[in-house]
Design a binder for this molecule. Structure first.
Ligand code: NAP
Length: 242
């Protein structure tokens, strides 16, 4: 009998959960537990890490999972690597629901960098107003470029001290173009730092930077182990029924 583990935390995972619920397939939606109030889902939910690859292997076996759908964020490289390793070790079927990365178009002023340390290095130079649009988790590294005035957009009000003084906006996506243009104007943003997440929920800041003629330091996606990939919910549903 089919029993699905959906690794979530993204808009795509939410859409996947809706399709699974509609098909009335037995499934569990898994959140890492990074946000204080995760969005409700139409399928059973669990919250928290599994305890590395070993813990995930144990979970898959204990819960008799037959299919894992990795719909995590493209930058959740640890979870995705663990999923590949655990599914290989336990013989569980795995598919990743991957969204296409954004590509620069006319009017985009991107500096592409391979990883977070290179994004930090790309900010060397005189003080600027920087929209650090990468979530709370990885902002600490930017303490190495303290000359800038940073704007952070985060899902939860930060607890404790930030590693540098920053203006903080607490908001949950999806965001829209007009709102992001307003935000950047209001904060007099001069450069945007973003991860190449792809998808629609977070693309507004990229479009806003284009509209305002602002440069973007775009962090490329981490390289992941090879796995079966689907690009839409319908493809995953077809795979499940095959
Ligand atoms: P990560 O670095 O790849 O994962 C670190 C650890 O967090 C994993 O080893 C696992 O712990 C746990 N984990 C991650 N995703 C999980 C899930 N869906 N269910 C249960 N445990 C999970 O991941 P991350 O970049 O911190 O992202 C965490 C979550 O936030 C993911 O679900 C992702 O989809 C979502 N998210 C991430 C970003 C981003 O920019 N990275 C943006 C938006 C949303 P154990 O080893 O203990 O199992």
């Amino acid at each position: 009998m089919t029993r699905i583990l959906l690794l979530g935390g993204t808009t795509e995972a939410n859409l996947m959960a809706q399709a699974i619920a509609k098909a009335e397939l037995p499934a569990v939606y898994s959140y890492a537990g990074r946000t204080e109030t995760p969005m409700g889902q139409p399928i059973h939910m669990r919250v928290g890490g599994f305890g590395g690859t070993e813990g995930l292997c144990a979970y898959l076996q204990a819960e008799q999972i037959t299919h894992v759908i990795d719909a995590t964020h493209p930058f959740a490289a640890q979870m995705s690597s663990n999923a590949v390793a655990a599914c290989t070790a336990t013989g569980t079927a795995l598919i990743a629901l991957e969204r296409a990365p954004w590509t620069p178009g006319e009017g985009d002023l991107w500096t592409r960098v391979p990883d977070l340390p290179s994004a930090v290095a790309a900010l060397a130079g005189p003080p600027r107003r920087v929209f650090l649009a990468i979530g709370r988790q990885h902002v600490d590294a930017f303490a190495a470029q303290p000359q800038h005035r940073y704007l952070l957009r985060v899902v939860d009000e930060p607890t404790g001290l930030l590693p540098f003084p920053a203006e903080v906006v607490v908001a949950r996506g999806p965001f829209d173009l007009a709102g992001d243009i307003d935000l950047m104007r209001q904060h007099e943003t001069e450069v945007v730092v973003a991860k190449n997440a792809g998808g629609k929920g977070a693309v507004a800041k990229i479009a806003a930077a284009r509209a305002l003629g602002l440069p973007v330091v775009m962090i490329d996606r981490p390289v992941l182990p090879q796995r079966r990939v689907a690009h839409g919910v319908a493809d995953v549903m077809a795979w499940l029924s095959a």
